[in-house]
Design a protein around this ligand. Structure first.
Ligand SMILES: Nc1nc2c(ncn2[C@@H]2O[C@H](COP(=O)(O)OP(=O)(O)OP(=O)(O)O)[C@@H](O)[C@H]2O)c(=O)[nH]1
Ligand SMILES: [Mg+2]
Length: 387
């Protein structure tokens, strides 16, 4: 029969063995007990038993001790849209901040199918073999709609996915690119505090997301294909100017020679472009991500970049500028979202737009009118705002 230590904690001392209520041992592990599990939806533990609530200090300690379960839970808080979770995440981040920054942050972009995930798998594997700890993150604003690339990446990064020295986190579903970017940036800080010294961020090179990723990494790498025209690859001069290295992937089999030709062409073209990073000349390379060829050389280039920019002070200067820009971007994003969600603005905007379109209302007057509506209402409400 049940002995004394199976009495519930709250049983009265004097109740002794006569106390009728007994407790059973809990089950170890379980779904939430999987240490590497990190995918619960914020605020909704999948176990029917609530997990122990941790204090911000306990979260921070867990992250600093590289506890994968706690890293996952911290990121879940970071990714949550619930205000209570945002506050908690900020508390934790404040504690982690002194331990962040000790990594090489590398952004990898290119059109769909160029081989970004395969390249990350190859580079990541090479790095963990060399003693690094690698975190792989993604910024993909479309993933919240399609969901496809999350699964794709996880299955494509088989070697990395199995390795404890690597932490893979798919793109958060944040709605706006600004939301996704904030979550990814903060996730990157959590990973750094946990000791991951190389952060690889994949983003698809069409639209705005590569500019966003460029603003959060030290080194930006553009993957390309040989034989596909620039137009086809959606590669604009502006994107090439963001790149610290341009890599022609799939340089294997029959594609080896065309890849080398393309490399020469891009190398020439890059002479005429603005350098992405002051004091650094971007070059073109070839590699085969599936055959793990050329990957080591690219890592050497990244190492050289770090050496040169650290010496010149550009490395540190960039990071400071990025942090400041991040604050401004978040303020912009927040104000824009407050504006577009404002009930009076929602009520008036179509009429004002129509008046402008018909030439009845000058654009500047329309702006003044909208801002007056926005500010007037806000002042009346005296509302507190929350990021
Ligand atoms: N021959 C060859 N095929 C490659 C190479 N790298 C990637 N591939 C193939 O190209 C296809 C797309 O690779 P991914 O790594 O998924 O490409 P991605 O850029 O991550 O694609 P998205 O995430 O959809 O934007 C896969 O079938 C890979 O096997 C390479 O170096 N050589
Ligand atoms: Mg991919």
């Amino acid at each position: 029969m049940a002995d004394k230590d199976k009495l519930p904690e709250w049983a009265p001392q004097e109740g002794g063995k006569g106390f009728a209520c007994r407790v059973m041992d809990g089950v170890e592990g379980g779904h939430d007990g999987i240490s590497s599990y990190s995918g619960t939806q914020a605020g909704k533990p999948t176990s029917k038993y609530r997990r122990a609530q941790l204090t911000p200090d306990q979260y921070a300690e867990g992250v600093l001790n590289a506890d994968r379960g706690i890293i996952g839970r911290t990121i879940t808080l970071v990714e949550s849209n619930l205000p209570a979770h945002t506050d908690q995440a900020q508390e934790i981040l404040k504690k982690l901040l002194p331990h962040t920054g000790n990594s090489m942050r590398v952004g990898i972009t290119g059109v769909p199918g160029v081989g970004k995930s395969t390249f990350i798998e190859s580079l990541g594997y090479y790095l963990i073999q060399g003693g690094h700890k690698v975190a792989v993150l993604a910024v993909d604003p479309s993933s919240s709609i399609s969901g496809g690339s999350i699964l794709g990446d996880k299955t494509r990064m088989e070697r990395l996915g199995r390795d404890k020295r690597c932490f893979i986190r798919p793109s958060p579903s944040g709605g706006t690119l600004g939301g996704v970017a904030r979550k990814t940036r903060e996730t990157m800080l959590v990973c750094e505090a946990a000791g991951y010294d190389v952060i690889l961020i994949e983003t698809v090179g069409v639209g705005q997301s590569e500019i966003t990723v460029r603003s959060m990494v030290d080194f930006f790498l553009l993957l390309m294909l040989a034989g596909a025209g620039d137009e086809l690859q959606g590669i604009k001069k502006g994107i090439m100017e963001l790149a610290d290295a341009l890599v022609i992937n799939k340089a294997d089999g029959d594609n080896k020679l065309p890849a080398e030709t393309a490399r020469n062409e891009y190398e020439r073209a890059m002479h005429y472009l603005q350098p992405s990073t002051e004091g650094w000349t971007s070059h073109a390379f070839t590699c085969s991500a599936v055959k793990d060829q050329g990957i080591e050389d690219i890592w050497k280039v990244i190492g050289k970049f770090k050496e040169i920019t650290t010496e010149s002070g550009i490395f540190e200067q960039h990071r400071k500028q990025q942090s400041i820009k991040w604050v401004h971007d978040m303020v912009d994003e927040h104000l824009r979202s407050l504006f577009s969600r404002h009930p009076e603005i929602i009520k008036m905007i179509s009429k004002i737009e129509q008046d402008v379109a018909e030439g009845v209302l000058p654009a500047v007057s329309a702006v003044q009118k909208l801002i007056a509506i926005f500010e007037g209402k806000r002042m009346q409400e005296g509302k507190q705002t929350r990021l």
